[in-house]
Design a protein around this ligand. Sequence first.
Ligand SMILES: NC(=O)c1ccc[n+]([C@@H]2O[C@H](COP(=O)([O-])OP(=O)(O)OC[C@H]3O[C@@H](n4cnc5c(N)ncnc54)[C@H](OP(=O)(O)O)[C@@H]3O)[C@@H](O)[C@H]2O)c1
Length: 332
Amino acid sequence: MKRQIGIIGYGNIGKCLHRRLTDLGYSPNWIIYSRQDVKNQYLIPGTSLVFLAIPSSGNGEVARDYILDAIYAGAKVITCEKAALAYQYVFLQPHMNDIKYSAAVGGGTRMLSFLRERNALGCIEEVNFVLNGTLNYIFDLIAKEKFSLQDACSFAVQNGYAEPGATDPLSIINGEISDVAKKVCIILNTEYTKNNSTTPQMIEQALTLSKADLEQLLLPGQMGRMIISINHHEVLRNRFLFGPNPSSVDYVKHFQFPVGDYIAFGGFLRKKTDYIDSSWFPTGINNAIQIIERHEHVSSSDRYVLSGPGAGAEPTVSAMITDMLEFIEEEK
Ligand SMILES: NC(=O)c1ccc[n+]([C@@H]2O[C@H](COP(=O)([O-])OP(=O)(O)OC[C@H]3O[C@@H](n4cnc5c(N)ncnc54)[C@H](OP(=O)(O)O)[C@@H]3O)[C@@H](O)[C@H]2O)c1
């Protein structure tokens, strides 16, 4: 039977999806171009797959309703939108077999599949992430290319990397922090615990920079890397017992929340430290995940790194199309 495909949202991602799907012989049957375009009966009967590419704004209720409407109508959903999975997970959780969301975290890297695969082996000791390509890009330009903050931010805006709306450096950076907060909650919700009580607002509140914080990050020799870690309690306890307290010494703004057996921790790392391996930190717009595994009876640990473009239409759409091919494979 011919697959009926719909796209909701026709901006950078929706347009790129349309072109790539058509090239692959999966031309969409219907598209909702804009919020003005939504009618009562927008889901064409027989739709089997809906791609959702609307802005990740607000508390995700709009995206949640699109996702649930599609699922109740018998379709599968592939989304790159972040707010629904971050804020509305409790409603989506019973339907997660019908939702794929690789592109919502890590752009084209599909880092969540990588994490899930390694997690299945039960040997993970520590997971570290760089989740926001724009912040990485801005602070990379400042540290390595000696750009001013203003120029680095202007470059990010010109290249379409920054969240829409923000113009001055502080609001551009704080806009990206809101993106990080949603991604952390998606990771906690989907990969760690079904009862996650950490909300994006809690993370955002802890990380939002004041002008003075930003000035600190710009002092000579500062790194400005937004590093997120999710570790087993035990790992962090050992680290805190035997080393300095990372939260007060090495980070400008940080959050720390217990999540089941884990602690989620993150902030702007000021500079290289002895106990944080920086060899895996990505360059430019890239995102990365580092997984450290320890095996019983072996004293050393194994380190795995996955890195790649964390933003941009082509990598994001590649991740969504891979999700579609997975759904097709699962149906066989
Ligand atoms: N761009 C990237 O690199 C990237 C990477 C990963 C994930 N994402 C996620 O992908 C999503 C789309 O990003 P984008 O860059 O394509 O955004 P965009 O260029 O702003 O496009 C969004 C599209 O959705 C439409 N839209 C907005 N609200 C709608 C609604 N309620 N119903 C139907 N259509 C609606 C917009 O049209 P109107 O404004 O006319 O309503 C516009 O056509 C976002 O959630 C973003 O976080 C983007």
